[in-house]
Design a protein around this ligand. Sequence first.
Ligand code: URA
Length: 197
Amino acid sequence: MLTSELDEIAKEIKKCRKCKLWLTKQNYVPGEGNCKALIVFVGEAPGREEDIHGRPFVGNAGKLLTEMISRKLNLSRKDVFITNILKCRPPNNRDPLEEEIKACKPYLIRQLKSIRPKAVVCLGRHSASLIFSFFGLEFNGISKERGKIYEVEVEWGKMKVIAVYHPAAALYKPPLREVLEKDFEKIGSILKKRRTL
Ligand code: URA
């Protein structure tokens, strides 16, 4: 049976030993959603719930993300693709290490090349820093870059790159939630303006 490129990448991820996180994780979390999504959301790394279930953004931050996708973009999780820069949970949810990001990055890039989205939404500073640098954009910190809409040339045409605050940050700091809502409204208005982005 033919498997999609994304399934193939997920299979490889589930055997990965490129950094030490495979030793402490419970489950690999490759990402999930529509293999032809117009929008890909990229978070930082699986947390406790994601590690238990092997699925991205299914804890409290995930509930907020899912709600924003539905309320502000009129889309469901099945319409988009959701993944992380790391596919394994770092112990105690510590920040990703440089070597972990470097080891895991090829999976994310292959996922993007397979999906060929029209927009990538970076959730939080770690994701934004990696994605901005990969696509040749200068990253000046999440508070400066959030909500700005960049456009980059990719193999499959033009792609928008947008950084927003991480939904977990919006849960810990309520004033950031308003900002996150506004940034999602902005993403929603691009979607409306050009139905296909
Ligand atoms: N935070 C992330 O960055 N990713 C998840 O999948 C869950 C929480």
